[in-house]
Structure formats: C-alpha cells, structure tokens
Design a binder for this molecule. Structure first.
Ligand SMILES: Cc1ncc(COP(=O)(O)O)c(C=O)c1O
Length: 462
C-alpha cells in the first residue's frame, strides 16, 4: 500500500491558503494575499518555480537561501533514493553513521583549520551548539553579537538577535549576551576587555540588509578575540557553501574562525541539517569524558538522509562549479545594479558579494518624487520596497522580498545555478520597475496608495 501523495497534492493544492488560514499561520496568509504573493506554485526545478498555469518564475529568495544548488536537483534526489532503497541503518544511536563520518571529512577539507564537526538539524540548532560549546570551552558566560544580527529564533539564538521585532514579547532571554555595533572594533575591544566573553558571533555579511564588513573588520575582530581569549564564531549559515564566490565568506578577508556554522543549502533543499565546524580543543572541552559522550546532541542529527543530501550538495557545488558561477554572475549583477543606481535616484546603494546582493532604496532628491516617498515612508517605513517587489512578481515573474522588517533593502539570494539569460531577465525587469517608480503619478505610486488604503482598512477591521 502506498499513500498517493501526488494525487493528494493535486486534489488539495488549491485549498492551501484556506487550510493555512484555518490550521496554521493566518497572518502569513493575510500578508501573501495583501501583496498578491498567493500564486500557488505547483512545481520547482532549479532556480525556477511554476504556477498552476505553467507560468515560470525566477526565484531570487531560494527559500531564504536553502536552494543554492536549485530545487529538486537530480543528484540529491538520486542520493536520497539510494538511502531509502538501500535500507540503511540510520539513527541507531548506540552506533555511529558512516555517512556522517564521510560528510564531516569532506566539509573539513574546505576548512582545514577546523578538525571536528558537530551535526544538528537546522541553523538555529548549530547556533545553540556553538553558544554552549563556547561557554564550556572557555568557562566564561558572555556572548557578544552585532546590531541587526540574525542567527535564528530559538532562545539561545534569539538572545543574540540584533533586531527588537524578533525579541519583543519573548523575554527574558539568556543572560550575559550583549549587543555591539557591527563594523566597530573599538566597541568590540571595550566589550572584550572584561575577559568574561566566551564568544563573539558574527555573520561575515549580515543577512538583514546585506551589510558588508569594512575591509579590516573581520580580521581585526579575530585579532582582538585572540588577544582577550574569546572564541570567534562565524555564522556562515546564509553566506557559506559558495554563495559569495568562496566556500566561506570569511575567506574573502583571510579569516580563520574558531567555529564555523553551516546549514540551509547543505540540505540540498530536501533534508534539514546544520553543522558546527570547530577546532579540536573546543570539541574536547565539551565531550571530555566517556560519561559526557552525549552531553550535547539531538535525536535526528546525523540521520542518513541529511548526510546523503549534504554529500550530494558538496558534489554538485564542485562538479557544476557553482562557486565560480556565483562569483561571475554576482559580479555581473552588481555591476549592472551600480550602473542602474547612477541612472535612478531612488536607488541609494548597491552592496554584496557573489550571489548575495542588496539594493537599498533611499529618499529621492527631486521634489515631486520626494513628496510621494515621504508620504509612504511616514505611513510605513520600508513600504516603498513593496512597490518594487510586487510588480517584479506580477509583471516580470521574479520572486524577491525585502531584507528584513522595516528595511529599505531588497535582497537577491538566488540559486547559484543562475545563467546569463537569468541575469538578463533580472536586469531588464529591475530596470523597468525602477524606471516606473520614477514616474509620478504612475502605476507604482498608485499601488502605494492602494497598499496604504488596504492597511488602513485592515487595521480598522482589526
Ligand atoms: C545567518 C543565519 N543564521 C542562522 C539562521 C537560522 O537558521 P534556521 O532558520 O535554519 O534555524 C539563519 C536563517 O535565516 C541565518 O540567515
């Protein structure tokens, strides 16, 4: 007997929004409907999504960075089928997994200064492990993190989250976690001087807003951490595995962290996974005696499906030269957006590396545009970006969103498999929508008024 999942999907997919509104997160459904993102995709292949009518969309969100090798990659599917068909002895617990050993070996080839791997089931679990390991290894309580940082939403990672929107209402959080500004070495040094800080955790390029480190920042931070006996933890959950054109983003700045965190795309887009790559002495401080052999862990970590997906992902990144493609197409897009910024006053700044690119919009100079911009921004900070992302989806079939709450930056985080034809598609579409946004009155600003009216109506009706 088999359960007819394909038939079930076909029969019920049109009910997805009502099912979610009823049994899951209704607010998310409201958001999707308000901005017309309720497209009902029925298929995903590579960097593309397809709706019920067979219309193709270019996905620049890639599931918040999960689909670096594209959706439903045949190599990952084949690896997973082999595990299932092979009836592998996964999760014996009182034994160890061969595939986990091999995946650890292969990951460490890319990060030769690390010696050990701890596997988890998600990004936030990798962060939790790193925070615990840092305290255990140093015997210190303190954790430093940066403003606007995002490291996940469970209690440890929420305690090092630099955005109040995520923290509000969930306190008290972990003690001894302190925020410092990103790109501020003086603030870091002042905080480290107490010698009570176990770890400094940082995203090499901040995901919320695509904020780049100043050139000497990460190397300077590492040097300060060494000086004060603090561990440097690089959260590469979004930036890692080739996204920025190198295996790890820290490689651009010659930095060798004490711990490196991976997740998202290591899953091959199929089986959630997280990993902490760390130095041996840190690992041995945690797992220091036989009776502490399982002092930290998680039931599903190292399961064979996740390990096989990870192995297949590394193989695809190498064999399809995806790091090189990320570097080349990323440089092409950055160049195109910088030229666009010179033509369009609403584009304030273009930032990024490889295929992690942010386009920040800012207050225009010309009077007519300024009046409309100010009206919108006064009503809701960051709303302007929706005037860009909505027509990108509806008129140009490009799926993209802003890089955080009340943020004026739109982030491109596509699959690393995108082609020159996709880059043409992106450049053409952005140019058209941003050009339209410079016309007042025009369709883009009419959409702004509609969104504002809807928001007012929604808040009036509760
Ligand atoms: C830099 C970074 N760290 C950690 C996380 C949390 O990962 P997960 O959602 O798998 O828990 C994310 C997720 O967006 C992330 O971008």
């Amino acid at each position: 007997m088999s359960i007819a999942i394909t038939d079930l999907f076909a029969e019920r997919e049109s009910e997805r929004y009502s099912l979610h509104a009823r049994y899951l997160n209704e607010q998310l459904v409201r958001v999707l409907k308000t901005i017309g993102f309720d497209k009902g995709y029925v298929r995903g292949v590579g960097q593309y999504l397809y709706d019920r009518h067979g219309e193709r969309y270019l996905d620049l969100l890639s599931g918040w960075g999960v689909f670096a090798i594209g959706r439903n990659h045949p190599t990952v599917r084949d690896a997973l089928k082999q595990v299932l068909d092979g009836e592998f002895p996964s999760l014996v617990q009182m034994d160890v997994s061969a595939l986990a050993g091999v995946l650890a070996e292969r990951l460490l080839r890319y990060v030769p200064y690390a010696d050990k791997v701890f596997f988890a089931n998600s990004g936030t679990e990798a962060v939790e492990a790193a925070l615990k390991f840092a305290r255990a290894a140093t015997g210190r309580p303190g954790i430093l993190y940066c403003s606007h940082a995002f490291h996940g939403l469970s209690y440890g990672s929420l305690s090092v989250n630099g955005d109040p929107i995520f923290r509000t209402g969930f306190g008290p959080l972990l003690p001894d976690c302190n925020e410092i500004p990103f790109n501020d070495l003086d603030a870091l040094e002042r905080a480290l001087a107490s010698r009570k800080i176990a770890a400094f955790i940082v995203e090499p390029i901040q995901g919320k807003g695509v904020v780049m480190p100043d050139d000497g920042y990460l190397a300077g931070a590492l040097e300060l951490c060494r000086k004060f006996g603090t561990l440097f933890v690089a959260d590469e959950i979004q930036t890692g595995l080739g996204r920025t054109g190198r295996f790890l983003a820290v490689e651009h700045w010659g930095v060798e962290p004490d711990m490196v965190l991976l997740a998202k795309s290591l899953s091959g887009g199929h089986v959630p996974v997280g990993a902490v790559l760390t130095r041996k002495w840190i690992f041995e401080k945690v797992f220091d005696r036989m009776d502490r052999a399982v002092v930290h862990g998680s039931t599903f970590a190292k399961n064979d499906l996740a390990m096989a997906a990870g192995l297949a992902t590394l193989d695809v990144i190498q064999s399809e030269q995806l790091m090189q493609n990320a570097e080349r197409t990323g440089a092409r897009l950055l160049g195109a957006f910088e030229r666009m910024a010179q033509r369009h006053e609403l584009i304030g700044e273009v930032r990024g590396r490889g295929l992690m690119i942010g386009l920040e919009f800012g207050a225009p100079r010309s009077l007519k545009l300024k009046a409309s911009w100010n009206l919108l921004e006064a009503a809701s900070r960051g709303l302007f970006c929706q005037l860009i992302v909505i027509p990108l989806l509806h008129e140009h079939k490009i799926l993209i969103q802003v890089a955080g709450h009340a943020n004026r930056t739109i982030k491109l985080l596509p699959a690393l498999t995108i082609t020159d034809a996709d880059c043409d598609w992106i450049e053409r579409s952005f140019d058209a929508v941003v050009s339209d946004a410079h016309r007042v009155p025009g369709a883009v600003w009419t959409l702004g008024k509609t969104l504002l009216d809807n928001a007012v109506r929604a808040s009036a009706s509760g």
